[in-house]
Design a protein around this ligand. Structure first.
Ligand code: ADP
Ligand code: ADP
Ligand code: MG
Length: 669
C-alpha cells in the first residue's frame, strides 16, 4: 500500500479521499489555488502546496505542476477525484511517465470510454445495447442535420467529450437544429476544448440507471448494483438513490452483466460507472435499456452505493491501484436497505438553476451525522461556515445522504435531514430539494428524467411566510432574541424586561418586493405582542440556544431556528427558509426594488448572444440573451410581456453580477 498520495482536486471529493487515506494510515498531500488557501481540503491534508491562481486552467488543470508537486512531496500516487483531470488521458500518461501511479484506469481504457462516440462503437461491438444515433466522424452541419432527420426527431445533440450535462441540446423541431448544434459546439469547445458532437435518438420518458463497477489488476470485475439518477435538471443529477425503485431481479442481473461486459471489453481496473438510459414504462424489461456512456472515475453519487453494500469505494480504489485484488467476489455482495443522496448547491432554482455565489455566513447540519463515512445520516461537504462560494468552482455545498432499512424510511430520513440543514449567505436549492422529497410520484418510486421539469411550478411554489414566522423574524430583527433566556439564566431574563418595559417598537422586514410592517410590544418577561396590518399575535419565548428558539403560543410549544446578522434575518421552519432583509439604519431598503423592467446579470459572465434588438416586442419567456458563466450557457428570458427599451451590453462583453443588461419599457396599465 502507498504511504503518501497526492489529491489532484479540491472541495468535497478531496476531503472525502483524505478521510479514507487517514483511516488507512496514508499521508495526504493537497494542492490549492489562491482562492483555496483556507479551504477545508487544504486544512485536512497532512501537507498542502500552492499551485496557482484561482482560475482552474491556471491551477487545478495544471497537470505538470501537479505532477512536479507530487514528486517534490514524495507522494507515490495521484488520486484525481472527479471533474478536473480525472478523465484526462494525457494527464494519466504523464503521471505514469513520471513514475507515479494514477489511481484510476489505464490511459487506454480511459481514452476508449472518454469519448462518447468511440465508447458507443466499442460497446456495439461487444454486444452491449446502445442508443440509436450517429456517432461517426463527419461534423458537417448539413450532414448532421440529415442524420438527425434519418434518426427521427426528437433528437439529442451531445458533445462526444461531454460531461456534467454540458454540450447537450434536445431538439424537437428540425428548424432549431442548426442553432442548437452551434450552441452545443460552442459550449463543448469552451468546456472540453473539443466541439465534436454526436446525434442520438431522444428516448422519451426514460430513467437514468447506472451500474457501479470495479476491476482489479488480477482480472476480476464485479458490480456493486445500480443507482437510479432519474431526478435531474438540465441533464444533471439532483437526487440519486440505490437500489433503483421497482427493479425486477432479472433486469438487475441483465444490466449488471452488460456493465461487466463493458468493463471487461477494455480491461478495466478501478472504479467506474456504466450509465444506461432505460425505458421507464413499467415493469422494466431486460430489452429496455441502452448504454449511454461510461464514467471512468469515482462518481459524485458513489456514497449511496457504499451505504447499501457497506464498502468504502475510495479504499477499494487505493487497494486496487496498489495492486491488491478486490476483497470480494460478486457472490459476496448483497444489498442492505436503501440510500438517497441530495446535492445541496448554491443555486437559484426559480431562475433556472443559476449558480449562486456568496459567503456562507451560517451553515449548520443536524447533529447526528457523520462525514465521509457510512451511517444513517451522512453529510459530505468540502466547505465550512465562513467560506466563500466563489464563481471559480462548482457551487456544491454538500451531499446530503440518508440510509434506511427500506425506501420509505430512507426517504423520510432524507427529508428530515434536509429540513435541518440551514444556510444563510447564499441562495441554495434546499427548499426545492425538501419539496422534491414530498413529491407524490417520487415517494412512490415513479421516477423518470422528465419529472422535475414537468412539475417545476409545483416544486418551486413558495408559500408566503406565515404570520408567526414574520412575528418571530420581527422580534429577532429588533435584536430582542438576544435578551431571551439562554440556558434559563435568570439574570439575562431580566435584562430585556428592564430595557424594554412596555415600549413599542416598529420594524419593516422585506422579502423580495413584499414588505411587512410590524409593531412589537413587550408584554412581560419574554412575552411579545406583534401587531401586523390586521392581525396580532401573542407568544412567549421560552429559551434560545444555538440559534434555536423555543416558542410558546396558543397552548403549544414549538421550535424554530432563527439566524440574525446585520442586514438579514432568516427563519428556518419545517424545511423552508424564510429570509428577510432588514431596513438599514437610514431606513432605506438595501435591496433595490426591481420593478421587473430591468434584466440584471444574475452572476459574473460573458455575453454570448443577444437575441433581441431595441424596440422589439417580446412575450413573457422570450429568450433575450445568452450568458456564459461557469462554462455553461444560461439563457435569460423576458420576465413579462413588453417592449425592449434599451440594450446595454454587446456580444462578447464581460459583465459583473447584478449589472443591468437590458431594459424593458415600463408597463403603463
Ligand atoms: P456524476 O455522475 O459523477 O455527477 P457528472 O459528469 O454529471 O458525473 O459530474 C461530474 C462533474 O462534477 C464534472 O463534470 C464537473 O462539472 C463537476 N466537478 C468537477 N470538479 C469538481 C469538484 N472538485 N467538486 C465538485 N464538482 C466538480
Ligand atoms: P453527461 O456526460 O453529460 O453525463 P450523458 O450522456 O450521461 O451525458 O447524459 C446525461 C443525461 O441526459 C442522462 O442522464 C439522461 O437524463 C439524458 N439523456 C442522455 N441521453 C439521452 C437519450 N438518448 N434520450 C433521453 N435522454 C438522454
Ligand atoms: Mg452521464
Amino acid at each position: 500500500m502507498f504511504t503518501k498520495i497526492l489529491i489532484a482536486n479540491r472541495g468535497e471529493i478531496a476531503c472525502r479521499i483524505i478521510t479514507t487515506a487517514k483511516k488507512l494510515g496514508i499521508k495526504t498531500v493537497a494542492i490549492y489555488s489562491d482562492a483555496d488557501a483556507n479551504a477545508k481540503h487544504t486544512q485536512l491534508a497532512d501537507e498542502a502546496y500552492h499551485i496557482g491562481p484561482a482560475p482552474v486552467a491556471d491551477s487545478y488543470l495544471q497537470g505538470d505542476t501537479i505532477i512536479d508537486t507530487a514528486l517534490k512531496s514524495g507522494a507515490q500516487a495521484i488520486h484525481p477525484g472527479y471533474g478536473f483531470l480525472s478523465e484526462n488521458v494525457n494527464f494519466v500518461d504523464r503521471v505514469t511517465q513520471a513514475g507515479l501511479i494514477f489511481i484510476g484506469p489505464s490511459a487506454q481504457a480511459m481514452a476508449t470510454m472518454g469519448l462518447k462516440n468511440t465508447a458507443k462503437a466499442l460497446m456495439a461491438e461487444s454486444g452491449v445495447p446502445i442508443v440509436p444515433g450517429y456517432h461517426g466522424n463527419n461534423q458537417n452541419a448539413d450532414f448532421l442535420a440529415e442524420q438527425a432527420h434519418t434518426i427521427g426527431y426528437p433528437i439529442l445533440i451531445k458533445a462526444r467529450a461531454g460531461g456534467g450535462g454540458k454540450g447537450m441540446r434536445l431538439v424537437h423541431d428540425p428548424n432549431e437544429f442548426q442553432w442548437a448544434l452551434e450552441s452545443a459546439q460552442r459550449e463543448a469547445l469552451s468546456s472540453f476544448g473539443d466541439a465534436h458532437c454526436l446525434i442520438e435518438k431522444y428516448i422519451t420518458h426514460p430513467r437514468h440507471i447506472e451500474i457501479q463497477v470495479f476491476g482489479d489488476s488480477h482480472g476480476n470485475i464485479v458490480h456493486f448494483f445500480e443507482r437510479d439518477c432519474s431526478l435531474q435538471r438540465r441533464y444533471q443529477k439532483v437526487i440519486e438513490e440505490a437500489p433503483a425503485p421497482n427493479m425486477p431481479h432479472e433486469v438487475r442481473t441483465a444490466m449488471g452483466t452488460a456493465a461487466i461486459n463493458a468493463a471487461r471489453a477494455i480491461g478495466y481496473v478501478g472504479a467506474g460507472t456504466v450509465e444506461f438510459i432505460v425505458d421507464a414504462s413499467n415493469p422494466l424489461r431486460t430489452d429496455g435499456f441502452w448504454f449511454m456512456e461510461m464514467n471512468t472515475r469515482l462518481q459524485v453519487e458513489h456514497p449511496v452505493s457504499e451505504l447499501i453494500t457497506g464498502y468504502d469505494f475510495v479504499e477499494l480504489q487505493l487497494r486496487v491501484a496498489a495492486g491488491e485484488p478486490l476483497p470480494c467476489s460478486q457472490d459476496d455482495l448483497t444489498i442492505d436497505g436503501w440510500a438517497f443522496e441530495a446535492r445541496l448547491y448554491a443555486e437559484d432554482v426559480p431562475k433556472g438553476f443559476l449558480p449562486a455565489t456568496g459567503t456562507l455566513q451560517y451553515l449548520s447540519y443536524p447533529e447526528q451525522h457523520t462525514a465521509f463515512t457510512n451511517s444513517a445520516i451522512r453529510i459530505d461537504s468540502g466547505v465550512a461556515q465562513g467560506d466563500n462560494i466563489s464563481p471559480w468552482y462548482d457551487p456544491m455545498i454538500a451531499k446530503v445522504i440518508a440510509h434506511g432499512p427500506n425506501r420509505e424510511t430512507a426517504l423520510n430520513r432524507l427529508r428530515q435531514t434536509l429540513a435541518n440543514c440551514h444556510v444563510l449567505g447564499c441562495t441554495t436549492n434546499i427548499d426545492f430539494l425538501h419539496t422534491l422529497t414530498t413529491h407524490n410520484g417520487f415517494q412512490q418510486g415513479a421516477v423518470d428524467t422528465g419529472l422535475i421539469k414537468r412539475d417545476m411550478e409545483q416544486l418551486i411554489t413558495q408559500l408566503p411566510p406565515c404570520s408567526m414566522t414574520i412575528a418571530i423574524a420581527s422580534v429577532a430583527g429588533l435584536g430582542l432574541l438576544t435578551h431571551a433566556p439562554d440556558n434559563n439564566d435568570p439574570w439575562s431574563t431580566l435584562t430585556g424586561w428592564r430595557a424594554w418595559g412596555h415600549a413599542q417598537h416598529s420594524i419593516t422586514l422585506s422579502m423580495g418586493n413584499n414588505h411587512y410592517n410590524r409593531t412589537i410590544t413587550l408584554l412581560g418577561k419574554n412575552t411579545y405582542e406583534v401587531q401586523g396590518k390586521d392581525k396580532s399575535l401573542q407568544f412567549k419565548i421560552l429559551s434560545t440556544f444555538d440559534n434555536t428558539v423555543q416558542v410558546s403560543f396558543d397552548q403549544k410549544i414549538f421550535w424554530v431556528k432563527v439566524v440574525h446578522n446585520t442586514d438579514k434575518v432568516a427563519v428556518f421552519k419545517e424545511g423552508k427558509t424564510h429570509e428577510f432583509t432588514l431596513p438599514t439604519t437610514l431606513g432605506v431598503h438595501n435591496q433595490p426594488v426591481d420593478t421587473g423592467d430591468n434584466i440584471l446579470s444574475p452572476m459574473p459572465g460573458l455575453i454570448r448572444l443577444v437575441h433581441v434588438s431595441p424596440e422589439d416586442t417580446v412575450a413573457k419567456n422570450t429568450p433575450l440573451l445568452v450568458l456564459e458563466a461557469m462554462k455553461m450557457e444560461h439563457t435569460l428570458y423576458a420576465p413579462r410581456d413588453g417592449k425592449v427599451a434599451e440594450i446595454l451590453v454587446n456580444q462578447g462583453d464581460q459583465v459583473g453580477n447584478g449589472v443591468t443588461l437590458i431594459r424593458l419599457a415600463p408597463n403603463h396599465d
